[in-house]
Design a protein around this ligand. Structure first.
Ligand code: BTN
Length: 252
């Protein structure tokens, strides 16, 4: 079973960056880098992750699974499923999952996941799973304010970051073990069950230089989102930002 080896910092530029440096220096699987604040927290697609002191959970976990590199994105889906288990089972909060790795409460983002991976010879060398959870924020900067929420804003209760992290790790350890035993199918089907975006939703996908609109038709075993476009063709999407066309906060 995966065991946590926790390194706690009061402030870091980015827990992912520190975890990558530790992984390169042979830190073992299960190493967890936690910071009370991040001064340059990283999000997907070169965005910043708002990381004020003591208000959220900012941490990165080093994994060294024996899997081919093209399966590494499954760990992001696994982390999303585990976050949804933690919210539901330990905090009584239902969430939605937005492809690839966003955790939404009432259509606003409450947590995000950033995977950074290093290929080895036949399989991955390491994957850093960076997880940020908005726990006790009362407000967000103007540029994300309408699209972000925190557990406090949703429930009116303060959450202890240490307890949340420990519960999350326990769920992660169990799910990671069964993923290593049984492969990605179970992770993909658990993600699909919990996501309103997985099937039959009309979405717009921002691919950086252009956008695609279509209806979602499930996930492939490698995590690609299958999108049925106007001509009926099914296109596998491996990257991009998704927004439901009827979402209230629909910037991808
Ligand atoms: C996203 O949704 O864009 C991903 C956000 C990931 C943020 C977390 S916070 C802990 C870890 N360290 C970072 O610099 N980023 C991730």
């Amino acid at each position: 079973m995966l065991r946590a080896i926790v390194h706690h910092f009061s402030s870091l530029p980015s827990t992912n960056q520190t975890a990558i440096e530790m992984a390169r220096a042979e830190a073992p699987e299960g190493t967890v880098v936690v910071a009370e604040e991040q001064t340059a927290g990283r999000g997907r697609r070169d965005r910043r992750w708002f990381s004020p002191k003591g208000e959220g959970l900012y941490h990165s976990i080093i994994l060294r699974p024996t899997i081919p590199c093209d399966q590494a994105p499954i760990l992001g889906f696994l982390a999303a499923v585990v976050l949804s288990d933690t919210l539901r089972l330990d905090y009584g909060v239902d969430c939605d999952l937005k492809w690839p790795n966003d955790i939404l409460i009432r259509a606003k983002k409450c947590a995000g996941i950033l995977l950074e991976m290093e290929p080895g010879d036949d399989s991955v060398d390491y994957v850093v799973v960076g997880i940020g959870v908005n726990l006790n924020q009362r407000a967000f900067p103007d540029d994300v304010g309408s699209r972000a929420t925190s557990l406090f804003l949703e429930t009116g209760c303060e959450t202890d970051p240490l307890r949340f992290r420990q519960r999350l790790f326990e769920h992660l350890a169990g799910s990671y073990e069964s993923f290593q035993r049984s492969g990605p199918r179970d992770v993909i089907s658990r993600w699909t069950e919990r996501s309103s975006y997985a099937r039959g939703k009309t979405v717009r996908i921002d691919l950086g230089d252009h956008e695609l609109t279509g209806v979602t038709s499930g996930l492939r075993d490698d995590g690609a989102l299958l999108l049925q476009t106007g001509d009926g063709a099914i296109q596998p999407m491996l990257a991009g930002d998704v927004a439901g066309v009827s979402d209230p906060f629909s910037t991808p």
